[in-house]
Ligand binder design. Structure first.
Ligand SMILES: *Cc1c(COP(=O)(O)O)cnc(C)c1O
Length: 399
């Protein structure tokens, strides 16, 4: 007989709550931040530069610009791509709103392409179907950390003269065809929010191999101000104090003590990736034996540093709704999260004229998914607790 669910008065699988994600800050991280706080520079100092060199190393890119958060990274990338009024930017609805908001910041219109029903990543065929003469860029999101189909997206961006921006907020440490994410698209954006694989508290970065884009990214993230004489208009200029604002930029800088945390965290990326992969493998193995649970398909080109683990319930095999499944897991003290409500469902987007039904595959996936706990500090027992709870709830609701 199936175990009695906690939501119906049975014993929960575990006593303490387990959340879907959590940062891992150790003594080394704390010491790195403390040292920087006691140094001469708490912003615009050597740690930001060190973090940029480390990111270039990790991503195999020519340039990295560290910024205040992942949203700022996306905004800077869109500005550097020259996106403006009247342009269209194609992205996925299964993402955090920032992947589409960055187009709105620039006066452009986000256009939502549908996703692949098995990988949940943006479908290159749907991108192609949405290209018009106004399309300027694609913002492709490596959803849950799995690399998008770079070969296909690169090819269609080249053919239609589009800028390929990759939102790799989930995907630091992932490789596509052996090459690190960050070295492949025209610009790649990262986030270092605490739920992401490595954290700076708040933080982001853009990487690129293109010198001209790099120069613009640098300007946009610090007011459009330059100290570089080659870029200045007034020459000869007034003296050594002189600098120029040559375009309208923002203050999207990261502090040095955040950068110190980022550097320290980046040294642990390989370790974090390995532990995440171990957990993913264990989940894959366990869920293969649980009818009613569908897992995300991986493309062979992606060597994934997985940020999220998503299970999808199969309505053909279970009697419950997603809501009931989530509530039952919560009662077992496993706290799932939903990634994501399709972006264009939000009232702000509805008021802009977007309607439900735009991307039927994404909406169907959304209806059945939840992210279960995945973070490197989980113990083997935590992982088994999650599997136990999923099995328990599934057994109860099996048709
Ligand atoms: C987290 C996230 C962002 C935004 O990053 P912030 O650092 O929170 O601004 C953008 N896109 C995706 C897909 C994300 O998950």
């Amino acid at each position: 007989m199936a175990e009695r669910l906690a939501i119906q008065g049975g014993y929960p699988v575990r006593g303490s709550k387990l959340y879907y994600g959590r940062q891992w800050i150790d003594g080394e991280d704390v010491r790195a931040v403390e040292e920087t706080l006691k140094s001469d520079f708490i912003t615009c100092g050597p740690k930001v530069e060190e973090a940029e060199r480390m990111l270039e190393d990790v991503t195999g890119s020519k340039h990295a610009v560290v910024v205040s958060n992942g949203t700022a990274a996306l905004h800077c990338a869109c500005l550097a791509a020259g996106i403006g009024e009247g342009d269209e930017v194609i992205t996925t609805p299964l993402t955090f709103a920032a992947s589409a908001n960055c187009a709105l910041y620039c006066g452009a219109r986000p256009v939502f392409a549908d996703v692949d029903p098995e990988t949940y990543n943006i479908d290159p065929a749907s991108i192609e179907a949405h290209i018009t003469e106004r399309t300027k860029a694609v913002v492709a999101v490596d959803f849950t950390g799995q690399a998008v189909k770079h070969k296909e997206i690169r090819e269609l961006c080249d053919r239609h003269h589009l800028v390929f921006i990759e939102d790799a907020a989930h995907a630091i440490g992932t490789r596509y065809d052996g090459k690190p994410v960050g070295s492949l698209a025209d610009m790649t954006c990262f986030s270092f929010h605490p739920v992401k694989t490595v954290t700076a508290g708040e933080g982001g970065a853009v990487t690129t191999n293109d010198d001209a884009l790099y120069q613009k990214l640098v300007l946009f993230h610090t007011h459009g101000i330059t100290h570089d004489e080659d870029l200045m208009e007034e020459a000869p200029h007034e003296g050594p104090w002189y600098y120029e604002q040559i375009m309208l930029g923002f203050n999207y800088r990261m502090t040095d003590f955040q950068a110190a945390l980022l550097c320290s965290q980046l040294t642990k990326l390989d370790h974090f990736k390995k532990r995440r992969q171990e957990i993913v493998n264990r989940y894959n193995e366990a869920f293969a034996d649980i009818p009613g649970i569908i897992v995300q398909k991986e493309i062979p080109e992606s060597d994934t540093c997985r940020h999220l683990y998503i299970i999808r319930i199969d309505p053909g095999k279970l009697t419950c709704t997603r809501r009931q499944f989530v509530d039952a897991l919560k009662a077992e003290n496993i706290q799932p999260q939903i990634h994501y409500v399709p972006v264009y469902w939000f009232p702000y987007y509805r008021h802009l004229g977007y309607e439900k039904g735009l991307c039927p595959k994404a909406e169907e996936i959304y209806a059945g998914i939840m992210s279960i706990p995945l973070f490197p500090r989980m113990t083997d027992q935590d992982v088994e607790d999650v599997i136990h709870a999923v099995r328990k709830v599934t057994d109860h609701y099996r048709k």
